[in-house]
Design a protein around this ligand. Structure first.
Ligand code: SAH
Ligand code: SF4
Length: 348
């Protein structure tokens, strides 16, 4: 029997090679398959003009192709936000979220089951690390959103469960699959990867051909003492090393880094914290997204009041920084940042 071809995990070059080995065909048919499956959501390619005179070949190829589908085990909606839980082939579950924006939709995807970074304020961090996702499982979340949820997606953000740079190779390969012009054709500028500050990963990304995707860095604490407590990754990669890696990041001429700052009542919300944050970003070209902490059951942290949020942002604006308050949609269904990874969503 022909070897199965896991199409969601293949680049154009790899698919071409597989077709050559198994069927003696090449890039002409590979391009047709990618277009039909990734762009048009077809599960059969026999109607495509490239196969019209070779129905047998189309059937054989369709038998060999495998489009990973992740059964949806739960789905919730709030504020137009759709959060769904998918079951992976080994029984573990992950969550993905579609967020409606004014003119388009953003899809938030997971890169790991759980996360080993252990950030104190984050639901995913508290569930611990279970395993990395494969490229196929990452791309399958996008395929599901577009062709099963039937939502046209413009932006993809790696802000779901997991630390994407801790799963570097599968994540990078997924971005190659998603941005290939012959397939999904997502422009790199509509993809954002968010990291807790994985310095070697940032350096590897700087050296890759994907540096034109957006990079978001979750700072959340503007001095090492507090960051060591809130985000254990800081003990390995302290703020000074993170700042150097970011200053060296090869931004395009109008490119900026996104700095994410989760504002937690009485923890990181003073004027002094704002000043320290402003000092940290001073050598960098950034936009700061201030995100009010999303409450989680069993954790004593609290969201800031709207006065505190405004005061904190204003203090940064006074330092001539470009600041955005980011509304967290989907709180009721635990679909907002840092709320992914509920017990129901994490178990086998
Ligand atoms: N691991 C990556 C991406 C996933 S977390 C990272 O940390 O950047 C996505 C975002 O959710 C991060 O900016 C993180 O700081 C934020 N976040 C985590 N817990 C949160 C919470 N309880 N409330 C609001 N944002 C939270
Ligand atoms: Fe992991 Fe990001 Fe959550 Fe930290 S904030 S535990 S890095 S998912």
């Amino acid at each position: 029997m022909a070897q199965k071809i896991p199409i969601l995990s293949l680049t154009f070059e790899e698919l071409t090679l597989q077709l050559k080995t198994q069927f003696g065909k090449g890039d002409y048919h590979a391009a047709a398959i990618m277009r039909e499956i990734f762009l048009h959501g077809q599960s059969n390619v026999s109607h495509a003009r490239e196969f019209i005179r070779s129905g047998n070949l189309a059937c054989q190829i369709m038998d060999a192709l495998e489009i990973l589908t992740l059964p949806m085990v739960q789905q919730e909606q709030d504020d137009g936000v759709i959060k769904w839980t998918s079951r992976l082939p080994d029984g573990h579950c992950i969550e993905s979220v579609i967020i409606p924006m004014t003119y388009h939709h953003t899809l938030c995807i997971s890169s790991q089951v759980g996360c080993r970074m252990g950030c104190r304020f984050c639901q995913t961090g508290q569930m611990g690390f279970i395993r990395h996702l494969t490229t196929e499982e990452i791309v399958a979340q996008v395929y599901t959103a577009i062709f099963q949820q039937n939502i046209p997606i413009r932006n993809i953000v790696f802000m779901g469960m997991g630390e994407p740079l801790d799963n570097f190779d599968p994540v990078i390969k997924a971005i190659h699959v998603l941005t290939d012009p012959r397939g999904f054709d997502f422009p790199k500028k509509y993809i954002t990867l968010s990291t807790a500050g994985h310095v070697p990963g940032i350096q590897k990304l700087s050296a890759s051909d994907l540096k034109s995707i957006h990079l978001a860095i979750s700072i959340n604490a503007p001095n090492d003492t507090l960051r060591d407590q809130l985000m254990p990754i800081n003990r390995k990669f302290p703020l000074s090393s993170l700042q150097t890696a970011l200053a060296d990041y090869p931004l395009k001429s109008k490119g900026i880094l996104f700095i994410e700052y989760v504002l937690i009542k009485d923890v990181n919300d003073s004027n002094e914290h704002a000043d320290q944050l402003a000092n940290f970003v001073a050598p960098l070209r950034v936009r700061i997204n201030v995100i009010p902490y999303n409450a989680r059951p069993g954790i004593s942290y609290k969201p800031p009041s709207s006065e505190t949020l405004n005061r904190f942002c204003h203090r940064l604006i006074e330092r001539k920084l470009y600041v955005r308050k980011r509304a967290s949609k989907g709180r009721r269904v635990m679909a907002a940042c840092g709320q992914l990874g509920s017990e129901a969503g994490a178990g086998i």
